[in-house]
Design a protein around this ligand. Structure first.
Ligand SMILES: C[S@@+](CC[C@H](N)C(=O)[O-])C[C@H]1O[C@@H](n2cnc3c(N)ncnc32)[C@H](O)[C@@H]1O
Length: 180
């Protein structure tokens, strides 16, 4: 009986952690929704991600794009995630990948990572892209490619737009280049 109580308590605590983490990111930041592997592949291919490149996912969720970038493209992948549950999940899922680094920080503190990145990937709402657009375009290096899934920047024009399927829905991927 005591074992049942302990298991129930663990489940309850896990559930509370999961729900509060989702509420936290939905209310203060962006709801946590992971993108599908095929959409990530299309985005990273469009950006021309190569072996040894520095890849950056701002708001990396549970690490799906980091895993695809490191495993399938041979990139060095860095992610920032503010919400505790997806961050923890990302840490667990990427524990075997030496070339993946994840920070439990607000990506507003990612200036250095933005400067170093060859490819920056963003799956965030328009309202959030709007707020960080200046910072990303001002701080990224001249060779950087920036890809956004489903949502786009307002002040910069994409150099290419392709269609993909994300979570069963047709959507767009937008490519931005500082030097097209
Ligand atoms: C729509 S999810 C995308 C997850 C992942 N990039 C993917 O494509 O599967 C957006 C994530 O960004 C995170 N996020 C939003 N604002 C953030 C911020 N300021 N700093 C760090 N992470 C943030 C949210 O917690 C959420 O997990």
């Amino acid at each position: 009986m005591i074992i049942f109580d302990i298991l129930f308590l663990i489940f309850l605590l896990g559930f509370i952690f999961w729900v509060s983490s989702h509420l936290f990111s939905s209310i203060f930041y962006v709801p946590y929704v992971n993108s599908s592997d095929s959409a990530i592949h299309d985005a990273l291919k469009l950006a021309g991600l190569k072996k040894g490149d520095n890849f950056l996912d701002l708001g990396c969720g549970r690490g799906d794009a980091l895993i695809v970038a490191a495993r399938d493209f041979g990139a060095k992948a860095v992610g920032y995630e503010i919400s505790p549950f997806p961050y923890l999940l990302a840490k667990i899922r990427t524990r075997r990948h030496k070339s993946i680094l994840i920070f439990h920080h607000d990506f507003k503190n990612a200036t250095k990572a933005v400067q170093n990145a060859d490819v920056i990937y963003l799956y965030l709402l328009n309202s959030v892209l709007d707020k960080i657009e200046g910072k990303i375009f001002d701080n990224s290096n001249d060779r950087a490619k920036i890809v956004t899934l489903a949502f786009k920047f307002v002040k910069h024009q994409p150099t290419k737009i392709i269609e993909t399927k994300n979570l069963g829905r047709e959507t767009n991927i937008y490519l931005y280049s500082k030097n097209p």
